[in-house]
Design a protein around this ligand. Sequence first.
Ligand SMILES: NC(=O)c1ccc[n+]([C@@H]2O[C@H](COP(=O)([O-])OP(=O)(O)OC[C@H]3O[C@@H](n4cnc5c(N)ncnc54)[C@H](OP(=O)(O)O)[C@@H]3O)[C@@H](O)[C@H]2O)c1
Length: 291
Amino acid sequence: MKLLVYGAGVLGSLLAARLHEAGHNVAILARGQRLAALRRHGIQLAEEDSPVVRRVPVPVVEDPAGGYDLIAVLVRAHQVDPVLESVAGLDGDVLFLHAWAAGAEPLGAVIGHERVLLGFPTGGGTMDGDVVRHRASSFVIRRVPMQIGGPGGHESPRLQRIVHIFRTAGINAKAEPRMDARLKTHAAMVVPLGQAVLAAGGPAAFAGDPDAVRGLIRRMRQNLAALPTPPVPRGIAAVLTLPDGVLVPVIRRFLRSPTATHSGLSNTSPATEAAELERLADQLRAQERDR
Ligand SMILES: NC(=O)c1ccc[n+]([C@@H]2O[C@H](COP(=O)([O-])OP(=O)(O)OC[C@H]3O[C@@H](n4cnc5c(N)ncnc54)[C@H](OP(=O)(O)O)[C@@H]3O)[C@@H](O)[C@H]2O)c1
């Protein structure tokens, strides 16, 4: 199997390193300074604030030349359009492993509907110069699966094959029949959360303002209520019913936790984060208009 990871940021680098270390024939596609850094040092990984940096020599490419059995796209939602153009003429399945609330249709319209798979990545971290600082693994984190779904939610031999590839690299991957609803639920939660954290200047600063956290819960509820399907996973529906008195302390605790600190919420590139959130907000608004 010839694999390409398209996008060499935090999660693309982590995924490519794991596939490479498991012995897969994988390359990572990068651009600009990141391309130069990867050619010089390979992928550099460090766990949270650890001074120990590990190098993984994953082959790096600048263009997706030739065909691949699977291309895993790990870019930001607002960066997808040029990626579609560049993979449109190639063969093979394309798994979009990023935040996305517009469904498979606009992706398939450019690259061919039969090639599209949707998923959501696991792991978390931030860029520290050329080094990916990733969240430490734990029993709980390992139990959260990387979910992947085909169009229409059907299980297929192709989906099973892709899940198997990730599992052989020690990634807890799982077929998810409601992938589109899962991604839309994520966007409904993460857009108000990410925008509030950016406005406050970071998760810990936001946690210090309980009124703002109550405003966040209101916006999450509005977004969840406007979704075309019930939230996935079902447990998220608790946000609609639990009182603020329960939710506010839970959210404030999360914002102060290492999980929030070592994740995209502590993004080192606020402009990129803001652009992705705006694109997701547009996608949520468009589906509300369509209903
Ligand atoms: N990081 C986390 O903790 C986390 C957790 C959960 C979910 N997510 C989601 O997972 C997805 C990926 O996140 P991430 O943190 O890995 O993002 P990221 O660090 O910003 O990485 C995206 C990478 O893709 C590259 N890229 C974009 N367009 C490209 C193009 N046309 N050609 C070549 N490279 C291109 C970017 O390059 P440039 O820098 O040059 O733009 C960047 O290196 C996002 O949807 C994010 O919201 C992230």
